[in-house]
Design a protein around this ligand. Structure first.
Ligand code: AMP
Ligand code: ZN
Length: 490
């Protein structure tokens, strides 16, 4: 398929034509979760957004190697290479081994992403599984003159780096402002420069997760795992590096510096950042305590929720916003998304039951609609515009079903294929109810429809009306036609 994809590159702050370094192969690295606690809905938004991107690249025919890491070591509570280790703290709290914590929350993460129908990445490397690669990288950065050891801890030398490189290339900030916003060094600090950050940290006696290295028994700094694992699996330079917007200022800025200092090339051609899921305008985060867990959203078991929503309604809610826009959570927005999702699914179900009412080509121009759907996705993965196009299709399908528009068999086939591509393959939506047990639900409905028909034949209209009304209240619509009684979800 022709590649007309244009995407927004955070690095250049412009939309650029997507030209992979080595087409048709595409290397994509996305910063994964830190698995010391459950992922919240905000985290999920980022991974669902990259799932849309992954799916569309696959749809265009690219051979994507999608690497998404699991951070299972090296995260301290403070952003300044200090404070307790988050894994050890949680392990103590839950009376588990740190690796039990890692296993528990990794499994939970996978379960949640499966419910959201995300495709698994091609490789999911862990930080603890790549300690030697990280040590090798730190050695190389020291050899290249961009890092120094101080009392067993190794720091990246930002002052040295900025002499020959642009440290703020990703965020376009002024180095001076960054310095002014960073605490002055005190007498006890081991690092030389205010902006220097740790590549390897000497473990304190109480620190459980520790590995031997040339400088000390310790553990890797926060950022080095992503530089080491992305270059290991995708090469020193690859196509797309992604993550949430909150990672650009520190984590990604430092990743770029480490990779450049080690390999002398900028690691990624395109940097992509997803915007935040917010609650009443504030970013959803673990530390702010405003994070819903996905299962709370599915069951409705949270003070801010009036009811539960299905994973696919929530995925649809996410897809209704562009990945670079903030998405504010509210019950009203989720109710609207739930309705929209059901309308879309019900139109797809109707297509399976629909029969041609005309032999002439229908007035609906499916080819033009398909072009507009591609145009939306080619414009930096614009899923809200795509969804607006798909609702035009829904309108036509409903009109045809109600006999208000004519439809020929060729158009039915084309619309089915359009919906399969854009709704199922690209937006990653599936019918929550029908796909779980499509066959038996249909069989059940046939039994109910037969009972209703018998009631009607016996002139027991109280029963037949009651069946129709109660099904309607449960979200299932019956429609009597010359081909018998059809049913669909509302
Ligand atoms: P963490 O587990 O905190 O390392 O975060 C995992 C991913 O979720 C990162 O890519 C973050 O940028 C992203 N993330 C964190 N909070 C939010 C949020 N409120 N909305 C969207 N993405 C988020
Ligand atoms: Zn990362």
């Amino acid at each position: 398929m022709e590649n007309n994809l244009v995407l927004y590159n955070t690095l250049t702050r412009t939309k650029e034509k997507f030209e992979p370094l080595n087409a048709p192969f595409v290397g994509m690295y996305v910063c994964g979760p830190t698995v010391y606690s459950d992922v919240h809905l905000g985290n999920c938004r980022t991974f669902v957004s990259f799932d849309l991107i992954f799916r569309y690249l696959l749809h265009l025919g690219f051979k994507v190697r999608y690497v998404r890491n699991i951070t299972d070591a090296g995260h301290l509570e403070g952003d300044r290479d200090e404070g307790d280790d988050k894994f050890a703290k949680k392990a103590k709290l839950e009376q588990l081994e740190p690796m039990e914590i890692v296993q528990k929350y990794t499994l939970g993460f996978h379960d949640v992403l499966r419910l959201f129908n995300t495709l698994p990445p091609s490789i999911e490397p862990t930080a603890t599984g790549h300690i030697s690669e990280q040590i090798e990288m730190v050695k190389q950065i020291i050899d290249n003159g961009f890092a120094y050891e101080s009392n067993g801890t190794v720091y990246f030398d930002v002052e040295k780096y900025v002499q020959s490189n642009d440290y703020t290339v990703l965020t376009n900030r002024k180095l001076e402002d960054m310095l002014n916003n960073t605490r002055e060094l005190g007498g006890q600090d081991e690092k030389r420069g205010r902006l220097d950050f740790a590549l390897w940290i000497k473990a304190k006696p109480e620190h459980i997760m520790r590995w031997p290295a040339p400088w000390s028994v310790g553990f890797p700094g926060w950022h080095i795992e992503c530089s080491a694992m992305s270059s290991k699996y995708l090469g020193a330079q690859f196509d797309i590096h992604g993550g949430g917007m909150d990672l650009a200022a520190t984590h990604h800025t430092n990743e770029i510096a480490q990779s450049e200092a080690c390999n002398h090339v900028h690691p990624a051609k395109y940097w992509m950042h997803t915007n935040m899921l917010t609650v009443n305008g504030a970013r959803m985060s673990k530390s702010a305590g405003n994070g819903f867990l996905p299962h709370q959203l599915f069951t409705g078991d949270h003070p801010l929720l009036t009811r539960g929503y299905s994973p696919m309604s929530v995925r649809f809610f996410m897809m209704q916003a562009h990945y670079r826009s903030t998405l504010d959570f509210s019950n009203e927005a989720l109710d609207a998304a739930d309705k929209g999702y059901k309308r879309l699914m019900s139109a797809i179900a109707l297509l399976d039951k629909m029969k041609a009412t005309d032999s002439k080509p229908s007035s609906f121009d499916c080819a033009a609609t398909r072009d507009r759907c591609y145009a939306a996705m080619n414009d930096d993965f614009n899923s809200p515009v795509l969804i607006a196009e798909l609702f035009e299709v829904v309108r036509f399908v409903n009109a045809a079903y109600d006999g208000k528009a004519k439809i020929d068999s060729q158009t039915i086939t084309e619309i089915k294929s359009l919906m399969q591509h854009f709704v199922c393959d690209i937006l990653g939506l599936k019918d929550d109810l029908l796909t779980q047990d499509n066959g038996s639900l249909d069989e059940l409905m046939q039994i109910i429809i037969n009972i209703r028909n018998e009631a009607k034949a016996n002139k027991d209209f109280t029963t037949s009306d009651r069946i129709r009304e109660e099904l309607s209240a449960a979200g299932i619509q019956l429609k009597d036609s010359k081909d018998g009684t059809l049913w669909n979800k509302i």
